[in-house]
Design a protein around this ligand. Sequence first.
Ligand code: NAP
Length: 275
Amino acid sequence: MKELIKKRRKEIKENLRREFSHIKERLGRDPFLLSFSLEEEPSSEVYRKSIKKKGESLGVEVELMEGDEGQLLSLNQDPSVDGIIVHCRRENFLKHTSFISPEKDVEGVTPANLGRLMRGEEGPRPATALAVMEILKILNFPLEGKLAVIVGRSLIVGKPLIFLLLSENATVSTAHSRTRPLEAITSQADLLVVAAGRPHLIKPSMVKEKTLVVDVGINVVEGKILGDVDPEVGKKALLTPVPGGVGAFTPYMLFSNLSLLLRRKLEGKTSYSSN
Ligand code: NAP
């Protein structure tokens, strides 16, 4: 599976590079992505630097800035800013992202873009959820009629996945911290997606033989990166790796959203009120 993931990631990068080069020609400048941090979050610094490096390898100028909400508001109005990623404390995420223009929302988390997802309309989607769908595509997993169980109901992973999987005709159930007993739900799944942020939460006894298990979790424990799924699960089911699974696609999905937003802008679809 690692080889398939690597191959697909390379294709995605090449496609994005080509797309951004066309976009640059039409814009007359490099596409510009702003990574704006409202509160000091040392844990996100490595991630921000890696986004900058990836962007530059794709032909996108990425600027890392720190500031307050007023500055973010005025940069949101700046026509040379094509996309915005907001970094802040988890409890403030809804507040700080609510006023980003849907046309610049590369994370797909504004009320308008989440609404579009629910309505099945074109728009940027939360990157991690898109990365899960990418894994399903490369594994050629037929979703129609299958029972997909998602563990986790966050705004950036679990909830958007409900709609993405429904749109592919899966039957979808969602489990969370109050689901009792968790294994009664997970053991029925044909596809199990785990995004709980709990290292090795899912044990072999909780999954059916030959289920596809997509591990979204990234947990740093004593300097090691652990998924939400016990690697022993891989002996009875098909398990995506951590690291090098979903996380291999997530940052590129942000750029894929930026490319979609810029194409819409160049086609004059600046307002999300029409397709
Ligand atoms: P989150 O906002 O903390 O949400 C976690 C979800 O899991 C919540 O809905 C929570 O339920 C549920 N949960 C927690 N403990 C549980 C348990 N014991 N049993 C069942 N459900 C439980 O986390 P997130 O931002 O979605 O991230 C989830 C994981 O994905 C983290 O490890 C994160 O690092 C990782 N992640 C990976 C990528 C990637 O690219 N691979 C990207 C983003 C995040 P309640 O709603 O009831 O609290």
